[in-house]
Each structure stands twice: as C-alpha cells, then as structure tokens.
Design a protein around this ligand. Structure first.
Ligand code: BTN
Length: 256
C-alpha cells in the first residue's frame, strides 16, 4: 500500500494505491464500515482488481497496470435520498469534460453510467450509496477507465481506450489527478445547489439524445428518441407516439 497525494485538492488528497485488490469499491465500502472515519475525498486506486464490479452485477475487466480503476469516498449529506442521481450526473460530466480535452467532441455520456467515445465504451461508473435511515451518509464513486490497454477479451464488444483512439501511452497518475480535480469541481457545484447548470451540462452530453435510434425493450427492437432523463434517473424515450420511462436494464441500445 502506498500513500500519495494531489496537492490543493480534497478529492485525492488522501490517495491510497494498492498493487492488487478484489474491487476498489468493495475495499472502500468495507473500510468505511469498519475502520476509523476516513477523510472525505479519499481515493483508493488499484493496479489490478481480481473481482472488479460493474453495473447490474456485471464484472469489470481491466489489464493490470494499464488502466485506471479507482474509487472515491464522498459524503453527500447535503443531498436528499431522492436526489441521488444528481451525483451520477456530476461525476459523469466531470469525466466527460476531462476526456473531451484529450479526445475531442466525440465523447458522450451513455445513460446511465458509461462514457462513450466514437460509439465505443471507454469507461464506466459504479456509484454505491450508503444510506442511514432516510439520510445519505456516503457515496462510493467507482470509476474504470481504459487508458493504455489495446487488447480486450473477445467477450468485450464495442470497447476502446485512450491508446486505441490516440495511439500513444498516457500517464495514469496525471490523468487521475485531472479526474479528481474535475470531480471535485462538479461536486462543489452540486453542494452549491447548481442543479440547473449540472442538468443542462448533463443533457447536453447524453449519447443519442434527440436522435431516432433503435432500442430493445418490451421484448422487441423498436425505434425511439431519447428526450430526457427524469429526476429519478430513468431514461425518457419517445416511441410510437408515446413517452416511456425506463430503469437500467429495462432497455438496451442497439448499435446501428
Ligand atoms: C460499468 O460500466 O458497469 C461500471 C464499471 C465500474 C468499474 C469500476 S473499476 C473501479 C471500481 N471498482 C469496481 O469494482 N468497480 C468500479
């Protein structure tokens, strides 16, 4: 275990790097529940996760030492439980902004938790909230970002990395520092209740918003147009003259 720091930030001020762990999210969740209080903004980063977790019980596979796999501890006690999706928006925009700097305007937030570049997944976010009674206590922000990996397992379709897109290696710690700083800025915006601005920025970067595309839902592939994301975090789709709301896993994007 190694302790580093990004100066001037609270996100990443306490940075713990591990050679190997099951999952940085699990590690941080356990640490929060068992040990003495951890500083808000603590980041756990691992060179290798042997049981990395993704959304909806999927696994997160990442070649050791080539990518970013890390988790951030936040204490968004200022949010109501019903506002938990706001945190997802803030983190997504922060990642989108940093990636856009390198990759240009082809970076989008694919609802609900993916970051897409040129129609391929480059990263994913897994936020796990710890709620006590009716109050938000902690949020574990898990981020996996493909950076210097170029070969992916055959079962991983439609995947890319910084290196695949830009044909050069990137410095993982430098990138991590930029992401921590961007997340801190958006988190402070959230704390200042700038919900309107965050929502505008989020909708602005939603993959396929306003475009007719194919989706699989209710057992068949159908055309539809994403027209927004509800406050609950549900995807809002206009389809066959109706407006439908979907939770994660109730709808699939069909690549055209
Ligand atoms: C997804 O796309 O399904 C979300 C992937 C999130 C992966 C990251 S890697 C760091 C953190 N630890 C985990 O076990 N998962 C998240």
């Amino acid at each position: 275990m190694q302790n580093n720091t990004f100066s001037g930030l609270f996100v990443g001020h306490n940075l713990i790097t591990l050679k190997e762990v099951d999952s940085t999210n699990t590690f941080l969740k356990d640490a929060v529940s068992k040990s003495a209080p951890l500083m808000e903004g603590t980041v756990i980063m691992a060179d290798r996760q042997f049981a990395g977790r993704g959304q909806a019980a999927n696994s997160w596979q990442s070649e050791a030492g080539k990518n970013l796999t890390f988790s951030i501890l936040l204490n968004p006690v200022f949010l109501k439980i019903e506002q938990q999706f706001e945190l997802n928006k803030a983190v997504s925009i922060a990642l989108n902004d940093v990636l856009t700097k390198y990759l240009g305007d082809c970076v989008y937030i694919k609802w609900p938790n993916d970051i897409y570049v040129n129609n391929k997944k480059i990263g994913g976010i897994l936020i796990e909230n710890i709620i006590q009674g009716k109050k938000f206590k902690h949020a574990i922000i898990g981020i996996g970002l493909n950076v210097n990996q170029v070969n992916f397992a055959d079962n991983l379709k439609n995947i890319t990395s910084f290196k695949q897109e830009l044909h050069q290696d990137y410095h993982l710690m430098g990138l991590l520092g930029e992401i921590c700083s961007a997340i801190e800025a958006k988190y402070l915006q959230l704390k200042a209740s700038s919900f309107k601005k965050i929502n505008e920025d989020y909708l602005n970067r939603i993959y396929l918003i306003g475009e007719i595309a194919s989706f699989k839902f209710d057992g068949s592939i159908q055309k539809g147009k994403i027209i927004g994301i509800a406050e609950t975090g549900q995807l809002v789709l206009e389809t066959n003259g109706e407006i439908k709301y979907f939770n994660n896993k109730e709808i699939e994007f069909i690549n055209q």
